[in-house]
Ligand binder design. Structure first.
Ligand SMILES: C[S@@+](CC[C@H](N)C(=O)[O-])C[C@H]1O[C@@H](n2cnc3c(N)ncnc32)[C@H](O)[C@@H]1O
Length: 210
């Protein structure tokens, strides 16, 4: 990341490479998808923030009423749209938007944020926006890396990559801190679990209580 490069420009530049990157752990990804799908109902309106090139949104869309999938990067959204093959029944609607932006179509029953919350400028603002756009009883689902739970050498390496602007700016937070952010926003935690060997990216399901 150049010193003056915005997050949007960083992700625009990395989008083509990201689009061709294979899923690191396919069985862990399938497990995650199964856990998400188990929470979905055919009548649900779903929002995915930070959707990247739209792979997960496209898998969810056929089993719910509507998916809106947003991303800061115009290039990610362009690739997502071309991969999904246009709007229509069973396809997500892709929009370029910042994670804290209020999106048409709310309130949503489900809001997903995968590999996103460690990247945003201000987690409380993003979670407040999600809470306000969600129906009572709805679920916020997050899986994001919590680098404060990582060994010191890994945090040091990430800090170096950030300093030399190869990696995007990331928030080094712990799973406990992320949980506190969700509770402060008003959510109740329903489950926290991990998939595969990864113990750094908790899958958290949080509910907006009545
Ligand atoms: C690591 S990728 C994850 C993409 C996708 N969710 C996935 O799991 O494959 C992070 C994505 O978040 C997007 N992003 C970063 N900061 C954002 C922000 N503040 N608002 C919305 N999207 C953001 C990036 O453009 C990128 O597509």
């Amino acid at each position: 990341m150049d010193a003056d490069m915005t997050a949007e420009a960083f992700w625009d530049r990395h989008a083509p490479k990201y689009a061709n990157k294979p899923i690191a752990d396919v069985s862990a990804y399938k497990e995650k998808l199964d856990c998400v799908t188990a929470l979905l109902r055919p009548t649900d309106r779903v929002l995915e923030i930070g959707c990247g090139t739209g792979g997960t949104a496209s898998k969810i869309a056929p089993v719910v009423a509507h998916v809106t999938a947003t991303d800061l990067s115009a290039e990610m959204i362009r690739i997502a749209r071309s991969r999904s093959g246009g709007d229509g029944a069973g396809k997500p609607e892709f929009l370029q938007a910042e994670a804290a932006q209020h999106i048409p179509g709310q309130p949503f029953e489900i809001i997903c944020a995968f590999s996103l919350l460690h990247l945003v400028d201000d987690i409380p603002t993003v979670l407040d926006a999600a809470f306000h756009q969600m129906k009572t009883g709805g679920h916020f689902i997050s899986k994001t890396v919590c680098l404060k739970d990582a060994p010191g050498w890994m945090r040091a390496m990430v800090r170096v990559l950030m300093a030399v602007r190869i990696a995007p700016n990331v928030i080094i937070l712990s799973s406990a801190e992320l949980t506190r952010h969700l509770i402060r926003a008003g959510f109740e935690i329903e489950q926290t679990r991990y998939f595969g060997k990864n113990r750094l990216s908790p899958f958290i399901v949080a509910r907006k209580p009545a």
